[in-house]
Design a protein. Sequence first.
Length: 219
Amino acid sequence: MKDKKYDAVIFDLDGTLLNTLEDLMDSVNFALSGLGMKERSYDEIRHFVGNGVQRLMELSMPEGKANPKFDEAFAMFKEHYLEHCNDKTDLYPEILELLAALKREGFQMAIVSNKYYEGVQALKEQYFKEYLSVAIGEREGICKKPAPDTVIAALKELGISKERAVYVGDSEVDIATAANTGMDCIVVGWGFRTREEQEEAGGKVFVEQPMELIELLYE
């Protein structure tokens, strides 16, 4: 039997476990169109996600945060997204099979996301509570990714050192987060970024299908 290289897997959420892009796009465009601004395309939203919903709204609006309607638009986005965050969101194929296999093999798991904390908790309860209990999102008093703070908080809750954990994500934010935490990183090929974008961001280890991840967790 092979020896485990890691004891825990820290997952990004959007673009790694869940495809949330259409619901995010719909909520952004609800706010923009409601205030008479041009809606954003799927590909634009794909490039804007990864740094939390406030940054998503900044990038989506003309003039960003300097726009006098920013606060109103952001409030509209959040209200709409809270109600519609699961209209089109779904798990990527094989994700539940992967999580079940990792649980059977004794790996601890956590989610670390730049999505706001309440949203992360709601999605954890809906999709992942059978497999993991630690899920950390953006909240006051803790720096979001790519700062290492949220990952360090998850490791602390799990009681695992960074050397015995691996970070799994899909974006340049995730790659930088792992580097800033001093952790190994596995980059998934089914999320919101292309392989070229991931390689440019410094990605080195890739998987194209969820179940391929398991063999990388052993020596």
